[in-house]
Design a protein around this ligand. Structure first.
Ligand SMILES: *Cc1c(COP(=O)(O)O)cnc(C)c1O
Length: 353
């Protein structure tokens, strides 16, 4: 592979079968639970040709060796599973609610000692690192869209010999490549932008450390958190157009941010300046905000993000969402529809309250 290629090209060309007369252009969906003996894989929980194609493609985009998992949470769980009991972990005090719930449960059971920090406050993150086993960063955060100074935090952690993992789901490798900044692990909810069609759940971990890769792979093999070959094939099919979709959605998001800022019914717009997720606050009550989400005709009222379909929700409708997220906050995932149609729908939904 030509490592100087652009991500738009890599997403299309990586993870293909070897070229030859009548060789298939696309990898096959290898539906088998076992393999004839004598080879390197042996059993369907240890490896699969379809996984390898997607792993090669995500790995080429992130610049590291990659493992795919049955969901983003399965990938994150594999990272925490290799830490010793009681290991100190530094993590954002605001982030994806599933991860917050998992970390809180580890904290309560004593499985891990979690030090929650405000990722925007770089010095407080660095101050919390002493003696930690891992710094787990999500940037931008979900749904607050706070941005961490990854370069400074990662280099401080490296100076102290502490491992760093980065959830790159929101920024994607088109915006930032944490492994190049020195992170040990980069994680994706492949469910979101990389797959992009709201039809598959999957996760990934990438690393440049062969010993770490082996431990994470063992975690996947023996926890059994493996993706199905068919889902993996769908994710790879989606990945081919990930840069096209992401660039289009990002372009629309930038236009929508400007229009939302001027809307009298909106009190605050959060947008990190890149990406396709916008979080904004409605000038009204939780009920009125809920009504806005329920009044859309084009935008799907649903959770998740990163698909070709625009969708939104009031995050606090989930009991497990952090109390620091305002009741009036709507997280909008901008899809690939015409931006004016999305805007018209936002406008009429806001007018409905
Ligand atoms: C969705 C999401 C996850 C969890 O991924 P699943 O594929 O739903 O398990 C983790 N981190 C972030 C930032 C997410 O948006």
């Amino acid at each position: 592979m030509d490592m100087n290629q652009h991500p738009e090209t890599i997403a299309i060309s990586a993870g293909r079968p070897e070229v030859g007369p009548d060789a298939a252009l696309n990898p096959p969906v290898v539906l088998t639970s076992t393999f004839h003996s004598g080879g390197e894989i042996g059993y369907g929980r240890y490896g699969n040709e379809t996984w390898k194609a997607l792993e090669d493609a995500i790995g080429a985009l992130e610049g590291g060796s990659t493992l795919v998992f049955s969901s983003g949470m399965a990938a994150i769980s594999a990272v925490f599973s290799i830490l010793p009991i009681g290991a100190p972990v530094v993590a954002s005090n605001q982030g994806y609610s599933g991860v917050m719930t998992l970390l809180n449960s580890f904290q309560e059971s004593g499985r891990l000692e979690v030090r929650f920090v405000d990722v925007v406050d770089t010095q407080s993150v660095i101050d919390a690192m002493k003696g930690a086993a891992l710094v787990w960063l999500e940037s931008p955060t979900n749904p607050g869209l706070d941005v961490a100074d990854l370069a400074t935090i990662i280099s401080a952690a490296k100076n102290l010999g502490i491992g760093v993992g980065v959830d790159n789901t929101f920024a994607t490798p088109l915006v930032q490549r944490p492994l190049a900044l020195g992170a040990d692990i980069v994680m994706h909810s492949v469910t979101k932008f990389l797959s992009g069609h709201s039809d598959v759940l999957m996760g990934s971990l990438s690393t440049n450390d062969p010993a770490l890769l082996k431990r994470l792979q063992d975690s996947r093999s023996f926890n059994g958190s493996i993706p199905g070959p068919f889902e993996t094939w769908l994710a790879l099919r989606g990945l081919r157009t990930f840069p096209l979709r992401f660039n289009k959605s990002q372009e629309s998001a930038k236009i929508l941010v400007e229009r939302l800022k001027d809307h009298p019914k909106i009190s605050r717009v959060r947008y990190p300046g890149f990406g396709a997720i916008i979080s904004f606050e409605v000038n009204g009550t939780a009920e009125e905000t809920q009504k806005v989400c329920e009044s859309s005709a084009l935008i799907a009222h649903a959770t998740s993000l990163g698909g070709v379909e625009s969708l939104w929700e009031r995050r606090r409708r989930w009991p497990m969402e952090s109390l620091s997220v305002p009741e009036q906050l709507i997280r909008l995932s901008v899809g690939c529809e015409h931006v004016d149609d999305v805007w018209d729908d936002i406008n009429q939904a806001l007018a409905a309250t």
